[in-house]
Design a binder for this molecule. Structure first.
Ligand SMILES: Nc1ncnc2c1ncn2[C@@H]1O[C@H](COP(=O)(O)OP(=O)(O)OP(=O)(O)O)[C@@H](O)[C@H]1O
Ligand SMILES: [Mg+2]
Length: 323
């Protein structure tokens, strides 16, 4: 898993990656294509497939004077699948994926940033690859007191020149968590955009099913998890799911939905560790949360918690009494 510092030579001979002249660290990484699926909501799917269609029909569109720059901006909160989607794009088109993390280029190489940015664009020119500019908003964050304004302008201009100089066949994908702080002139150079939000109910369902490797008979429990995980990112869901599966393997027991629900609940409603909480206390709080806040039926709640309906009624009553 340790990708950093390990140069990837996926396909035999490859030209040396450009380095920063002072630190000798590579400015770009060639990343392997992902081997896990990416889940998108319906508008994300539509925009992604529209972009793919335009890429594959680029010559036809160009011959009619209708081609636009193959530049796609991915914006949205952390852990929602932007980097993963850039990988899928490269893999679906059979192209190499070169990733430049602008935050590291900028933070470590004060002064040399514009030169580094230029080297990146020079390197990918003519390679028929996907250039992925990750953390593009790092440029905008240069507006702090460590950098002079002149340097920021130089870097923004270098990025713009780089984008303008690229040959038609190079695809540029950029990702940002903060679309609103990006320089407008850079933003305009990305005709294609996909906005990521926190996953909606259907998407959460797909993510839970996938990461829990759930069977069809667990579908109702997956529905409960999906409903109670509003506001979580795909990466959060992955983390919770894998932790639950690890526990289940190590304890040689089936997936413990009540503990998984409890972990989600703790993240959402308070941050006390649950280690000391008794299981019945956890189930009581979960029952209250699922029924009263997620609007989940008592029978479904009972199945999720692995207890009887009477137990759920008792939990709810106990909670009411305690208030
Ligand atoms: N929509 C999704 N489909 C499938 N997996 C996802 C999705 N969103 C998140 N994940 C899981 O979370 C991990 C992190 O996602 P990713 O690195 O793509 O997020 P990101 O949007 O690039 O975040 P950041 O803004 O922090 O860079 C992925 O490798 C994947 O395992
Ligand atoms: Mg990312």
């Amino acid at each position: 898993m340790n990708r950093k510092g390990v140069p990837l030579r996926a396909s035999g001979y490859s030209e040396a990656l450009p380095l920063d002249s002072k630190s000798r660290l590579p400015l770009l990484e060639e990343l392997p294509w992902p081997n896990s699926p990416v889940f998108l909501d319906s508008s994300g799917k539509e925009q992604f497939s529209a972009f793919l269609t335009d890429v594959t029909n680029h010559e036809l569109l160009a011959s009619k004077g209708l081609a636009s720059r193959l530049a796609l901006m991915l914006s949205g909160p952390p852990g929602t699948g932007k980097t993963l989607l850039a990988g899928h794009l490269a893999s679906q088109l059979g192209r190499k994926l070169y990733v430049a993390r602008l935050d590291s280029i900028i933070s470590s190489m004060l002064g040399d940033t514009a030169k580094n940015v230029r080297s990146i664009f020079d390197f990918v020119a003519g390679k028929h690859a996907v250039l992925f500019l990750d953390e593009l908003d790092a440029i905008a964050k240069m507006r702090d007191d460590r950098h002079e304004l002149g340097e920021l302008k130089r870097v923004v201009n270098t990025v713009i020149q780089g984008l303008d100089s690229l040959d038609e066949s190079t695809i540029v994908v950029a990702a940002t968590n903060h679309a609103q702080i990006l320089d407008k002139a850079i933003w305009r150079r990305f005709p294609y955009k996909i906005e990521f939000g926190h996953p909606d109910l259907d998407l959460r369902h797909a993510l839970w099913s996938h990461f829990l490797s759930a069977s069809e008979d667990q579908d109702q429990q997956i529905s409960v998890l999906s409903r109670m995980s509003n506001g979580m990112s795909g990466a959060d869901i992955e983390q919770h799911a894998l932790a639950a599966r690890r526990r289940s393997v190590l304890d040689s027991s089936p997936l413990d939905m009540a503990s998984l629900g409890g972990a989600i609940l703790n993240k959402k409603v308070d941050h006390r560790g649950d280690a000391s909480a008794r299981l019945s206390d956890l189930k009581r709080r979960l029952a209250h949360h699922l029924v009263n806040e997620c609007d989940i039926a008592q029978s479904e709640t009972a199945r999720f918690l692995g207890v009887s309906r009477q137990a759920v009624s008792a939990y709810l009553k106990a909670t009411t009494d305690a208030q």
